[in-house]
Design a protein around this ligand. Structure first.
Ligand code: NAD
Length: 287
């Protein structure tokens, strides 16, 4: 059987791109996988582990590619799109995996030439590790992959991309880009910020030592530290590009936190109990 995409180009060779490459290879979905990364070391690792070919420029990587995946931090997407645009093959599908969608659409779409299909996407899968050695074939299994197609998107390329993502194990959903950014601000971006803050607080405390924090950290704080170990460049870009939604959710978070602070200070057990009962019901609804 011929592969779903004879030529795939991966731009940026970190956790997400390497995981896609491993998964596509495992399922025989890509004929040839070409990769581009800025550093010689990253290219060499990618060539050893998951790319058939690596190139020194992004432009060279996308020439003749049927599928181009932009897997760089959100803030770098526009520059890459401008660089590759003149070299894209007519009929090619360009997708991205950025954690924010509206800003990526605004940065990338103006560069996409007529006849090339840009379909923005975001896999809701990741780990705290980054770089070309961190990828693995099963990362996307049973995880959501949200696509935020642009208005007027023709159905055939969308169906081809969807079929590829489903074949590597993802559950695909379509969503409006702004809605995506708001939902992700609630379920991912703001929680990350809170984790960063909590770990920062522990670091700044003088009355509790680092040794005590590390030694006695139980699951709650341990989870915070795992989240706070995520790639700083990626997360800086997420907050800079999903500013409005994150500030909206952060504002609501601070209000509730102040309310809880007040209830604790006042010794209002009844209110605290009612609040925690509500949150427990939400958790039980998820499982
Ligand atoms: P990563 O740090 O593992 O890899 C990013 C790659 O992009 C690296 O090869 C890096 O060298 C390269 N890069 C950085 N800036 C660049 C630039 N200006 N030009 C060219 N290359 C550049 O990151 P990742 O986790 O694979 O994330 C890639 C994208 O996927 C990001 O947009 C991120 O928002 C998104 N994403 C990440 C996760 C996650 O949990 N890690 C989950 C879903 C989506």
């Amino acid at each position: 059987m011929s592969p779903a995409f004879p030529r795939v180009a991966l731009i940026g060779l970190g956790l997400i791109a390497s995981s896609m490459a491993h998964a596509m290879r495992a399922k025989g979905l890509a004929g040839e996988i070409t990769g581009y990364a800025r550093s010689t070391d990253t290219r060499a690792i990618a060539r050893d582990l998951f790319c058939d070919r690596v190139t020194e420029t992004a432009a060279e990587a996308v020439r003749d590619a049927d599928l181009v995946v932009l897997a760089v931090p959100v803030g770098a997407m526009g520059g890459i799109a401008a660089e590759i645009a003149p070299h894209l093959k007519p009929g090619a599908i360009v997708t991205d995996v950025g954690s924010v969608k509206q800003a990526v659409i605004e940065a990338v779409s103006p560069h996409i030439p007529e006849g090339v299909h840009f379909i923005p996407g975001h896999p809701l899968a990741g780990t705290e590790y980054s770089g070309p050695r961190s990828g693995f074939a099963t990362l996307f299994e049973n995880r959501w992959w949200l696509l935020t197609p642009l208005e007027g998107q023709t159905p055939e390329p969308l169906a081809r991309l969807r079929a590829l993502l489903e074949a590597i194990g993802a559950n695909v959903d379509e969503m409006d880009a702004r809605r995506h950014d708001l939902v992700l601000a609630v379920v991912s971006h703001t929680p990350h910020l809170i984790a960063y803050t909590m770990v920062g607080v522990a670091d700044h405390l003088r009355r509790v030592t680092q040794e005590e924090v590390i030694k006695y950290s139980a699951s709650g704080f341990r989870d915070f530290t795992r989240i706070a170990a995520s790639d700083p460049t990626m997360w800086r870009d997420v907050f800079l590009t999903n500013k409005d939604a994150v500030l909206d959710i952060l504002g609501r978070f601070t209000e509730e936190l102040f309310m809880l602070q007040r209830e604790i200070r006042m010794g209002d057990g009844e209110q605290l109990h009612a609040y925690f009962t509500r949150t427990r019901a939400i958790r039980r609804g998820i499982i």
